[in-house]
Design a protein around this ligand. Sequence first.
Ligand code: FAD
Ligand code: NA7
Length: 514
Amino acid sequence: MAAFYSRHRLKHWCSFGFQLPKRNLTAGKFDYDLVVIGGGSGGLACSKEAAQLGQKVAVLDYVEPSVRGTKWGLGGTCVNVGCIPKKLMHQAALLGSAMKDAKKYGWQIPEPVSHDWATMAEAVQNYVRSLNWGHRVQLQDRKVKYLNMKGSLVDEHTIRCVNARGKEMTVTARNVVLATGGRPKYPTHVPGALEFGISSDDLFWLKESPGKTLVVGASYVGLECAGFLTGIGLDATVMVRSIALRGFDQQMSRLVTEYMEAYGTRFSWGCVPKKVEKLPSGLLQVTWTDTQSRQEHQETFDSVLWAVGRSPETKTLNLKQVGVKLNGDTGKVIVADDERTSVPNIYAIGDIAQSRPELTPTAIHAGRLLARRLAGDSSKLMDYDNVPTTVFTPLEYGCVGLSEEEAERRYGKDNIEVYHAFYKPLEFTVAERDASQCYIKVVCERDGGQRVLGLHFTGPNAGEVTQGFALGFQCGFTYAQLRETVGIHPTCAEELTKINITKRSGLDATVTGC
Ligand code: FAD
Ligand code: NA7
């Protein structure tokens, strides 16, 4: 207690300019208190927080070029080949739709309007490079040693570091955090997949348009990529092996894909790729099988984008030899609630950790909390429940909590109440846009206080809408509290506060009037 008070008082002094003595725990035994392997969302957050709390920290980040040879800078998946370039390209697509709407609102736009990939790509890539630079500066400012080297474990305290030229060194650390993320998978059983296909690691760094594209895989990465490609005017097809958006609420998933189909994305449902061949023209000829009819089909594309999942980067870390246990099926690191692996001083956060959402904010939050625990500053654990997310498809889909299916599975169909509404965003009216897939669903416990179990929203700015309601979720809000919340008019989010038709009633859920 006394220690707490004195540290607390020291922190108070710091706000008046006094310097807090660094709590360097290495005491000469190790080079660092903490070495983080992987400078992505989780690793950067963890290393910066630990350094801020007085630990001596190094972070290793090394990008193995993609199969196609694409490389990028510091910051990991989200910054370079994930959230950031994806959302910016989604924005490029939304602007295309906005331009169509604009005419209805009186804007005179000379026809034909066309999109130039090279301009968009250069702007996006320059922005990403600025983020790479920003991360380097931040590490320097926080006194985190940045090593642009590939790390692997020699023993539980020793890390072998190798740079791009093959130069080697070792560093030692009291604690090690693994945060090496994941990379796209390739269906290596499909001839031509590796030679002729690309992955999301390449798409965002292409200098020239991918042209007519086949996207194989229908999870959110596949749908988002196909969505923005369609939106900027390219011919895009999604090949779906089974269902789209596995793990998400399937009614919402259908609305997302129905909208995409209406918007121009083609779907090949129930199909699997068989081979990819390069024709003398340079076009890629794809042969695939319809799993229902067993018939084979062929079509040519300019690009084939594999979005068939991601593998954790755990293979080259020498984990097994050091005793870090992995899940045999997924290759992910098995972690306890405090992110600790089977080796007590080694932790894993972000996409490589088993049963964690593959999302940037969870990796960042987990990294910060872990740093605080390692520095002895807090004992707070990461709460992985009720993490909100949004799929940035042409019609965005945001959700937090349980899908309807999962709520039924956990509570029983008779023990949940599902409120729903089909609504029309005001901005769609003048623009004469079809709003058939703009839908809201709130899944609640049926009895007691009707605690909200899941909230689902398709429509404009779904991420912004869902983020706000995620706070309610964190506070365990009920249906009654949702209805008592005063809406902001006229918005799409306010429809959530007005929701009153249950699925059970069978009544028409179309919102009419204000
Ligand atoms: P990463 O960010 O992947 O960082 C790992 C780093 O470690 C990389 O830089 C890697 O090169 C490096 N590394 C690997 N091995 C070594 C080694 N041996 N030595 C040194 N360095 C190494 N999440 C969202 O929240 N919102 C989104 O909209 C979103 N969109 C996405 C879109 C796409 C196309 C993809 C692919 C992902 C998206 N994600 C999104 C997921 C998000 O990017 C990841 O969940 C997040 O980046 C995981 O962070 P991480 O710290 O675990 O790993
Ligand atoms: P996911 O979520 O693993 O989904 C992979 C998709 O690819 C899914 O639709 C699969 O269909 C499909 N798939 C997988 N293998 C094949 C083959 N061989 N042929 C055809 N289709 C296939 O991966 P994502 O890359 O979209 O996302 C992974 C994470 O990265 C995500 O959580 C983000 O956080 C970032 P299935 O449903 O198995 O039939």
